[in-house]
Design a protein. Sequence first.
Lengths: 511, 511
Amino acid sequence: MTAYEEFQGYFAELNDLCCVINLLTWDARTQMPPGGAAARGRQVATVTRLANERFVSDTTGRLLDAAEAEVSGEGPDSYRARSVAQAREAYTLLRRVPTELMSGIAELKMVAQQAWQEARAANDFGRFAPDLSRMVELNRRLAEAIGYQEHPYDALLQRYEPGMTAARLRGLFATLREGIAPLLARAAPGSEAVRADFLDRDYPEEQQRAFALEIAQAFGYDLNRGRLDRSAHPFEISFTRDDVRITTRYNRRYAPAALFGLFHETGHALYEQGVDPALARGPLTTDLLDLYAVGGTSYGTHESQSRLWENMVGRSRPFWQLHFAALQRHFPEQLTGVDAEAFYRAANRVRRSPIRVEADEVTYNLHIMLRVEIEMALLEGSLAVADLPAAWNAGVREYLEIDPPDDSRGVLQDIHWSTGLIGSFPTYTVGNVMAAQFFAAARRATPGLDTALARGDYAPLRGWLTENVYRHGRAYSPDELLNRATGASLDAGPYLAYLRGKYDDLFPPQA
Amino acid sequence: MTAYEEFQGYFAELNDLCCVINLLTWDARTQMPPGGAAARGRQVATVTRLANERFVSDTTGRLLDAAEAEVSGEGPDSYRARSVAQAREAYTLLRRVPTELMSGIAELKMVAQQAWQEARAANDFGRFAPDLSRMVELNRRLAEAIGYQEHPYDALLQRYEPGMTAARLRGLFATLREGIAPLLARAAPGSEAVRADFLDRDYPEEQQRAFALEIAQAFGYDLNRGRLDRSAHPFEISFTRDDVRITTRYNRRYAPAALFGLFHETGHALYEQGVDPALARGPLTTDLLDLYAVGGTSYGTHESQSRLWENMVGRSRPFWQLHFAALQRHFPEQLTGVDAEAFYRAANRVRRSPIRVEADEVTYNLHIMLRVEIEMALLEGSLAVADLPAAWNAGVREYLEIDPPDDSRGVLQDIHWSTGLIGSFPTYTVGNVMAAQFFAAARRATPGLDTALARGDYAPLRGWLTENVYRHGRAYSPDELLNRATGASLDAGPYLAYLRGKYDDLFPPQA
């Protein structure tokens, strides 16, 4: 056995353990009876601890040293060299973080999620504040342990979006906000006249599921290597590329929630199912920082694929011109007297809502900007947790010109902070921006792509994405991947052009 | 932390890993998309290897030494002392078995199951013979490694039924065969006149499920700590007492398959759900020899509970007198003109069938005797694998006076040997025998038990079983448990009395 093969075998088992953690998580969210929760928490904790001990052990260091020597002559496109480099990077970072800090965050998560749920149900921020303060403090210590040049936020961002910094985000957000403002100013009032009464009818779950699954399969989701379940919060999760599962939730009174939610998760799933089989069970399909079996190179890159398939494909006019008839076959009574254009317009209304997960494409990023501003301030210490609700409400007013009705639908609406995620929100916006870059590049490279999409042939788009994004797993950093695939670094231009093209058509500027 | 607490914490994590193996298995059999099978096999192998390495390590030995010193003064009823003793026993046994032998069996299982499936589908024993020969050889080596006094079979039996031996089985089987023969001679011809046409009607799955689940809950199955799924082969599996899952399969043309199958699995589940919470995550809810999270003290004891609830309760006349009306509500058309007595009689027909899983209570143990005789002969070397089909057919003729139509429905019908199980078949019969002993003891100890059962009050029976069997988990050996609960060792008497009582009534001897 060569040194690389030994390294590979060792990480294959680590990936197995990460897949096991993913399965324990999937089962807990979709199948587990309520009574099993406490035992499940301990099972997850045990496997996570074993995997973590294994990864940060001296053995890993020795295997890395030997494997590095073996692959040192190989070029930058070698998956072997990339595997070793990725593992080394994560190893170096995690070895800097004290074990008790990681386990402290893991323990706090359990308590904090419970506190957050109770606080949200009772509309009482005070119940969550103490745990949130501790979570901010632990993340501040985490940032110090990881290390950074300019801003502690930069350190946390490395976990989710390698190469991203607070400074780059500020520039990106300023550009986006400027570009979005005029669209919002027209689209929000314009949307008030858009007919949408037919969305609020009784849409039985079984038909929602059937239609959405037809589309998911048309996009290319392979049910021989996947399955669809119901869960409180939709998600995608994988246990190698050969078992990639998605979930959704159904709202009988509002079918678009499940439909677009499922298109979104399908985008994530196509990424995972499209990873090169040669990368299976290796560091390039493992998020070693989070001990998570995942093939996408960053949160943002992953989100770019869910957004691309959900919005740029699934929320487009050609899509509904083609598929509305099928939707109508599933819901003949609910959609009597509605046509494709009316459905398309209803699905693209722009509204100033206080709730992020209900936001349309125009307002979505404003929700993110608010959250990122607040996370940075909390981490800097320039904002105290006690002052957070006021800062939140002021931010919503500033960005969206509305007031949240209460804290439950304001500062308490997102689960992220209670689960220890600080620094992950930007990746939603990074995903939107990258999606437009990838989509534009695919169009340039693929003559006839729009024609193919209009007739429901998704193979050319999926093929380009597989070739340029999916198959590489975590081999390249987001910046490398973007440059290789599109010839450019992260750039808000294509995304703003996409939004303008869509919303100028829907809500034309006054001539 | 005391030495015992350290021991406890260590084994709690081992139990977590065993629960994880169980979940990987459950998911593979009930939820996993087909494409995921290969990756799943590797995940199971990795966790099993880690758990095994952990258990047979020197660390375990040190922890055991220290814990033994701490609990040495405690009486035989102390769960602490029992935990340490159980762990020591399994540790001593497994340390005698070379690691490569265990992994050899594990690897062969994967290949052999595939070969068995193909052989059965093609009715071609030759395709399975080479793997079966290797499996017998590895089990022979396993028996030598474990050690035995009289017969190599004794060594293998220790894995499934501690305290059982080939000699004891031979005596038990002789008694049973003698007692069963006259019943079979009357019941088989008598059954030809029993009306059963209504069993072969269209029974939709949803109603089968609804009725069976009503009964399972009436028996005491707690769905807050369990769930029911569909699988190719019915089974029960647990991840601690707080998450105990059962499965069944539905035959639209033969409702009893799913109903009695579900009563059977419910019996297993009641055992697991009834384990004392104090034993959770400890050696007394872990089969350390097989790295399986399970609360029952042996295969036979576990089977005694599935048989008791399936047959002695669920296949009894009082049961159907009470519940037939509900069954009829679920299937009004299928059961028109049928009454409780007719259904009871149809469900208790006795037929000489070549298929074990279709066997009734009278012929079932004859199928087992045949298999055990063959297993012993294979292990001794007095029967060669090449001669197995002929020996099988001769045995079926001897025990059942029929000829199997082909090898698929003969020597190839059971999965057990291909999965490495040699020595587990006797536990089915041991389970039947123990079931009758427990049931008789419960009756003696519980005045009014029959009246309670007749009105569908299963709490007194479940209560006695919980108190005397379930709560102890694996604390006592099968012999100890039987003696504590019933005042006697394994004894065919109550079982034969039960069979005679039932079948003399159904098929009376000529006066």
